[in-house]
Design a protein around this ligand. Sequence first.
Ligand SMILES: *Cc1c(COP(=O)(O)O)cnc(C)c1O
Length: 423
Amino acid sequence: MTLTEKDSQYLWHPYTQHKTAQTPIAITRGEGALLWDENNKQYIDAIASWWVNPFGHSNKFIADKIYKQLTTLEHVLFGGFTHEPAIQVAEKLMKLLPENQQKIFFSDNGSTSVEVAIKVALQFFYNKGEKRTTIIAFEDAFHGDTFAAMAASGISFYTQAFQGMFIDVVRIPVPIKGKEQLSFDTLRRVISENNCAGFIFEPLVQGAAGMVMYEPETLDELIKICRENNVLTIADEVMTGFGKTGKTFAMDYCAEIPDMMCLSKALTGGTIPMAITTFTQEIFEAFYDEDINKALFHGHTFTANPTGCAAALASFELLQTPEMQANLVRINQKHLDFQEYIKKHPKVTTTRVLGTIFALEIKKENEETYYGTMRTKLYNFFIENGVILRPVGNIVYILPPYIISDEQLDKIYEVVEKALEIV
Ligand SMILES: *Cc1c(COP(=O)(O)O)cnc(C)c1O
């Protein structure tokens, strides 16, 4: 039996309707921006395997650090114990984060980092004896698949089976160009009409919505409105974190700073599942009390796993090398050049670039859903041509590992341009 045949016997894949889905491709190895399947066919990983892998597959530098940690201390429980890798991650991260971020909390994935932030926002007010139980989020937001994260997410596709079972969330429009004032006004209105504890947002780029972008000045204004009304702000940088937008964090483009941040995806260079939620000292102090009931009763068994911490430390180191920083600039320039060229194509309606993120929207005849026919056609075309891209409906985006070569990028652009002819 091939790997693919065995897979269909045993495995249940994410976001997959197994009755109609195509069989998955069995990948056997990876190196740099490339992956190979069981038939030795080569693919360029143009989306860094769901945005987690900035430094290339099977990265030896990170692997060595992981091995060293595994053979020193692979894991120890974090309740009542601590260890140097966790402390180092905190020290290093604090140098990178906005200066008001003073405490970090570990978990395992993006959804749990959001779950923690939302629970902290709700309990912050509970501990102060204030009734604030509503969370504000953008339309079309994506914050993950656990319950509070799902509640905050606006894409009904993922959440429709669970409607009516969520915490209270009110939505405001995404402040894309022309919608800024509507977004500000709606935010002011929902704050005045509800007991809002927190506002969670994907800063500058809504990833899962199809790399929808808005301006830093606009986000500054939204954060200011929240601060004036004592509503906590949560920057979900699970996707945007660690260089994707050209700066370490998307929030680095803003003048305002958030109360909390959520990090995961590229945190460990795509090696070990790990996430971090970060907080201001003020938030921490709302939980700091003689009364045990005011503590944050949340934790995961693998919290602050030392091996994950070692991988994160190695990733921070790689990200800050001059070569990697130069890669961010190089990819951005290549994207801008391609944008200049492709935006004139009659089938392209919109293009967007921020840092290493490129997106274009293809003209559509009918309403295209997330997993619609155009999407399937495009996806298959890319795979046939040895490029891994996962369009969102009629939106094609590129978010490559930072170590991708110019030639590999050119190949991706070429395949994207060719794909416009088949839809
Ligand atoms: C991917 C993502 C999440 C969820 O992370 P998981 O690790 O898949 O649980 C949350 N927020 C944003 C912005 C994301 O892109």
